[in-house]
Design a binder for this molecule. Structure first.
Ligand SMILES: [Zn+2]
Length: 368
């Protein structure tokens, strides 16, 4: 059967070459016709990894020669003429459709790329395969990009519903394990923007071991040091980065500026430094997150749990993506722990799913 197929194809190609007929006029199995069509678009490039050729099929060029071809590289008919525009900044290009795949490149805001394919990852998020340089292809998450000409509605809403990023600053503390237990109980993942604390190795590790994101806040949290100069900021950031990496093995590039990117306290030490830091952290490969919902637990010591919940209800409103600011700072924030179950229950009821921040998450930022 196989030999007959090959014979027929060869015959077909020979006829086409000799009589200058189009190949499609020959009777060929449907899938081969499809191969030929995509071959025509010239999308095979030299960067195909050997693994990509595991499903190599043979396509026939108009001159009758054969070309190895991987159907996986053909853009789907729907994707063929579409353009992906990058709306977020920065955007990772990954080797596959999912955050578990290696970062192989970066795109920038406003750039346009040819759409080659779309796919959903295991959590149901949509990814776009793009041609991001003349010879390179990769995947970007659809929440940070959109297809030109299509209505740019809230992409997160469209693909994944409402998302809540719970974030805890300034820990770890004596509350960390209690917070982790509550998160486990509700099967919720969160993000901890940590600072340096002595004798808390167990807590730093538990954050990671129990599936949450450990992110960087500051080593000292001392405004006068970190906002005195860019050099001072990076000396501090590198210190907490290296400490977290040494303690947990995580090479984190997710950060939150002490006071947020919109803080004005830094002007006291170096007027205008935030603008410079915002530009340089991006250049240095860091992703900074502020918040758009605050629990208000930093407004004083142990504010009433009911008040914290009230603040979150008010702040959440009808927002589709929320980054909720809370603190993990021990004795003065016991009520944050007390309020946490009711906060999670409320947000669940409002239809939010909970996600820990990744380098592909939506960036909630006060200043860009
Ligand atoms: Zn802080």
């Amino acid at each position: 059967m196989k030999n007959l197929d090959i014979l027929r194809k060869l015959l077909c190609a020979a006829v086409a070459a000799a009589m200058a007929l189009t190949l499609t006029s020959c009777v060929m199995p449907l899938d081969e016709t499809k191969d030929f069509t995509s071959q025509d678009t010239g999308l095979i490039t030299e960067d195909s990894s050997p693994a990509d050729f595991s499903a190599v099929s043979v396509a026939y060029a108009p001159d009758g020669s054969t070309v190895p071809h991987n159907p996986a590289y053909a853009p789907s008919a729907a994707a063929a003429s579409k353009t992906v525009v990058i709306s977020g900044n920065p955007v990772n290009v990954r080797a596959g459709a999912g955050t578990k795949y290696a970062k192989i490149g970066r795109t920038s805001k406003g750039k346009k790329y040819m759409l080659l394919d779309t796919k959903k990852d295991s959590s149901g998020k949509k990814w776009y395969k793009i041609q991001y340089s003349s010879s390179k292809k990769g995947w970007v998450i659809s929440t940070l990009a959109y297809i030109e000409g299509e209505k740019q509605s809230n992409p997160t809403k469209k693909n994944t519903g409402k998302v809540a990023y719970l974030t805890f600053d300034d820990g770890p503390s004596i509350n960390t394990m209690k917070i982790l237990d509550i998160l486990d109980k509700y099967n919720v993942k969160a993000t901890f923007f940590v600072v340096y604390h002595k004798n808390m190795t167990k807590q730093y590790k538990a954050i990671v071991d129990r599936g949450h994101t450990i992110a960087l806040h500051s080593y000292t949290h001392d405004y006068s040091k970190i906002y005195k100069s860019e050099k001072g900021y990076y000396a501090d950031l590198n210190k907490i980065h290296d400490y977290v990496e040494k303690t947990t093995g995580v090479d984190s590039h997710i950060i939150r500026f002490p006071g947020g990117s919109s803080n004005t306290v830094s002007n006291k030490y170096n007027k205008g430094i935030m603008k410079k830091l915002i530009a340089s952290v991006r250049k240095n490969g860091y992703y900074y997150h502020d918040w758009n919902v605050s629990s208000g637990d930093a407004d004083g010591r142990n504010r009433k749990a009911s008040l914290l919940l009230q603040n979150i209800k008010k702040g959440t409103g009808k927002k589709k993506v929320i980054n909720v600011l809370m603190h993990d700072t021990g004795k003065s924030k016991m009520t944050t722990v007390e309020a946490l179950p009711s906060i999670i229950e409320y947000l669940k009821k409002q239809g939010y799913s909970f996600e820990a921040l990744t380098e592909d998450s939506v960036l909630i930022q006060h200043r860009k």
